[in-house]
Design a protein around this ligand. Sequence first.
Ligand code: CP
Ligand code: NVA
Length: 333
Amino acid sequence: MTIALKGRSLLSLEDMSPEEIRYLLTLAVELRAEKRAGTEKRRLTGKSIALIFEKDSTRTRTSFEVAAYDQGAHVTYLGPTGSQLGKKESVKDTARVLGRIYDAIEFRGSQQHHVEILAQFSGKPVYNGLTDEAHPTQVLADFMTIQAHTSAQPHETALVFMGDTHNNVARSLADGAMKLGADMRLCGPKSLWPDTATLERWRGIGLETGGRLMVSDDVNVAVKGADFVYTDVWLSMGEPTEQWAERIKLLSPYRVTSELMRTTGRPNAKFLHCLPAFHNLETGVGAEIGKQFGIDCMEVTDEVFESGASIVFDQSENRMHTIKALLIATLGG
Ligand code: CP
Ligand code: NVA
């Protein structure tokens, strides 16, 4: 089968077929090997990519920048301040301007609608670098990492996401897992479950790919047999900080602890997190929350985060290789 991704956008993993996702993951593994061997070829010479960040970022920004530079492309970073976007210029007008100047656009912001407008009106490939609904480039890196840590096929791989199961990362993870035919479990309080239509959509994909979906508020049921345990922050960027108290109360039973890792029954179970993580009090927000609520971590204990089971920094590195694969597949050649 020929995989033709040139000119394509990645607004959500819904946009990609299972074959296209697998193609990007394979290309990313090849690119990682090339970079490590010092034999990387430049496939994006002369291309220019605009990077719009309405929200903060470490991994996504640096991954796009280094991936582009490695391949001979140029980038312009447009941060939360400093451009006309959102103040004197609409997303639609910005799309038409950047579409005349750049070969592709990355967007991180709140609204999924905005990434769609950018794609519609720029006429160039647009990459979702995180919205409130989706974080597709994260999940490409997650599956690259999962594949590197198992010899099992996706349908033999059980992956559980703990905590805020309706956030952007959980949703994109479930998109990817169902497309790749994995055993996906979402575990958290009912009030934070994705809506029924989304669950039905995933189950529909699973019927075609062999993917299975469990949604449960019972930790023991959901983590039993899990090969990979994933979590994310309890309050995402842009959500009101007044919600911390409620989220901490709701989500504390879903914290990833050493006991929870043992409950999987899989001695080799691995821990994943998109990062940044509140695993100790060494951050401004973590210290403040710690003081206010008398806790020393949130979604994961420091013990699990620092354990041999933790593959979170592989995930971080793989952001760059998978984003590079995406840029080459959509812009190269
Ligand atoms: N995981 C992730 O997207 O990290 P950043 O917010 O640092 O980009
Ligand atoms: N759910 C998190 C992911 C950060 C990479 C957020 O949106 O803040």
